[in-house]
Every structure is written in C-alpha cells, then in structure tokens.
Ligand binder design. Structure first.
Ligand code: NAP
Length: 291
C-alpha cells in the first residue's frame, strides 16, 4: 500500500496562523517580536533562504531586518554589529545565514550571538541545553521534523530511529530530540559501513545528506516513517530530496515530499523561536526585570 504523504506546507500554514495570534497578543502587551538576519556575500541559495525568512516574518507580523554585507567585508564589522544587536532590547532574534565567506570563523560568529537571541539554536550554550534535555532554542529543521511527527501522532518510545547525516544543523540535534522522546537512535554518516543494513531496520528514517535520491524503496523497512530533509537540484532543474520518493512511498507508511515537506517547516520553526524569544522578553518586562 502506498504511503501517506505528510504535507509540510499545510502544517506550516496552520502553525503560522497560530503564530499570528501570538504575535498580536504580544503587540497588545507592548512587545513587537523582531528578527534581524545577517547575510554576507551573494550566494544565490542563501539569498533565496533569507528572502523566504523575511517574507515569513512579514506574514506573521514579526518585524524583520536584513543586513546585507559584501562578500569581502571585514569580519570585525559583522562582530561589532552583532554586539549592538545583542545589546538592543527591541531585538529578539539574530540569525547569521551560513555558509560565510572564507575570512570568517563560523564558530566564532555563532559564539558571538547572545544565546538568548540565538533563534537558530546553534550557539554552544543552546546545543548544550538541548543535549541536557532543557532546550531554549531548538534548531529549526529538526524542530520542524518533531512537529510533523507530533502532528501525525507518531509514538517514538522504543522505536528504532536512524538518521543519515551528522551535521550540527540537522543530524546531531535531530538525534538529541528523538533520543529525548525515547527512540533508540543510530546516526549514519559518510564512513558508515553498509548503510542499507541500518536504514532497513529503521522504524523512523531521517535522511539529511544532500545526495539526490540516494535512499531507494529497497533500503526502507516496510511501514517505516521516512523524513526527507535533503534538498537537491537535479540537472533538469527539478528539486528533489535524498529519498527516491516514488520507490520509497511503495514501502513506507508515512513519507515527506520534497518540495513541500520539511522545507516549509524549517522557516516556520524559525518564526516560532523568534516568537518564543519575544514572549520571554515580554514576560520579563511584565515582571519588571531590567533588560
Ligand atoms: P552537511 O553538513 O553537508 O552534512 C551531510 C551529512 O551527510 C554529513 O554528516 C556526511 O557525513 C553525510 N554523508 C555524506 N555522504 C554520505 C553517504 N554516502 N552516506 C551516509 N552519509 C553521508 O549537510 P546538512 O547541512 O546537514 O544538510 C543535509 C541536507 O539537508 C542538504 O541537502 C541540505 O540542503 C538539506 N537541508 C534542508 C533543510 C530544510 O529546511 N529542508 C535544512 C537544512 C539542510 P560526514 O559527516 O562523514 O561527512
């Protein structure tokens, strides 16, 4: 029987509608959620991602600003700007679009963002909080995947979860979140021997590699839940995931498409993190705390 497709776009729209209401409540209480996105250079994909993030803010009522620097900018200028944004009480979220040009030390940039405004959840303090089971900001893509699993009422306790990819952005935080829900988690990567051995025993399979159509139906356990994080462009110009959707849907029970799966959820969770930060700011203002 063919798998049921999880519609990430529809879920994202529902969640964004709920966020609009939270934003209105914040504005009425005197706090306007605000996100600043920093983009360095002219990478075409990064420009599209940043534009989508800014448009998402506009849709939900979050104030957004995009600071665009040339690719040869002196990193000191960006560090100084981040310090100003950290100190600005009207800013809830700061996001630096990755990747950065070679003159930047990416981890130093991520470390420069205040953990309280790190809406991407990449600061070491936030990674640590997530690992310890007390997250402040959850990285947006794995957060979106968890929301999809929640919406589909997937019980994770005791399930075999296999993640392909061990990046800081997707694979590792995904593992922490699935582990926290009681799944038995395996992370595969480029040195994994016999990838199919692992994928075939996965009740929940998350592919986050960046290799078009590498996971085929025969690598999937019958009845599995398949989450395709990959975004790849084929020579034809068509977008596809890491999973061969057509063959995988014949074996899986639930599957996410590309496009229209995880992608729209990622932006929605960025907006969610920004609203959560604004709600914390509003609560501390109500409590009379200095900010
Ligand atoms: P990344 O940093 O390049 O990580 C890719 C991972 O895949 C690495 O851990 C790598 O292993 C592993 N890998 C590479 N070849 C492999 C192979 N043959 N078998 C098993 N593992 C292999 O990528 P990322 O940032 O995590 O992103 C992954 C994909 O998700 C990309 O297509 C990206 O565009 C997409 N993405 C989508 C969203 C969204 O919103 N939908 C968000 C973020 C990323 P090593 O560590 O050993 O090199």
């Amino acid at each position: 029987m063919a798998a049921v497709t999880i519609d990430g776009k529809a879920l994202a729209l529902d969640l964004q509608a709920a966020l609009q209401i939270r934003v209105q409540a914040l504005i009425q209480a005197g706090t306007r959620p605000a996100l600043t996105v920093i983009l360095v250079g002219a990478d075409a994909a990064s420009q599209v991602y940043v534009r989508n993030k800014v448009q998402g803010c506009e849709r939900t009522g979050i104030v957004s600003a995009m600071l665009h620097y040339p690719s040869d900018v002196d990193p000191t200028i960006v560090f100084d700007r981040i310090a100003e944004l950290n100190a600005d009480p009207a800013i809830d979220g700061i996001l630096v679009q990755l990747p950065l040009p070679a003159q930047f030390d990416e981890s130093a940039i991520l470390a420069a963002i205040s953990p309280d405004k790190d809406v991407d959840g990449f600061h070491a303090a936030n990674v640590g909080a997530l690992t310890q089971g007390a997250p402040r900001f959850i990285p947006c893509t794995p957060y979106g995947v968890m929301k999809m699993l929640e919406k589909e009422k997937v019980e994770l306790k005791g399930k075999e979860a296999v993640i392909i990819g061990r990046s800081n952005i997707v694979g590792k935080p995904m593992a922490a979140l699935l582990l926290a829900k009681g799944a038995t988690v395996t992370i595969c990567h480029s040195q994994t021997r016999d990838l199919a051995f692992h994928t075939r025993r996965a009740d929940v399979l998350v592919a986050a590699v960046g290799r078009p159509l590498m996971i085929t139906g025969e690598m999937i356990k019958p009845g599995a839940i398949v989450i395709d994080v990959g975004i790849n462009r084929l020579a034809s110009g068509r977008l596809c995931g890491d999973v061969d959707f057509d063959s995988a849907k014949e074996t899986a029970a639930l599957i996410t498409p590309v496009p229209g799966g995880v992608g729209p959820m990622t932006i929605t969770m960025l907006l969610t993190n920004t609203v959560e930060a604004a709600e914390r700011r509003s609560a501390s203002v109500q409590a009379g705390a200095p900010h």
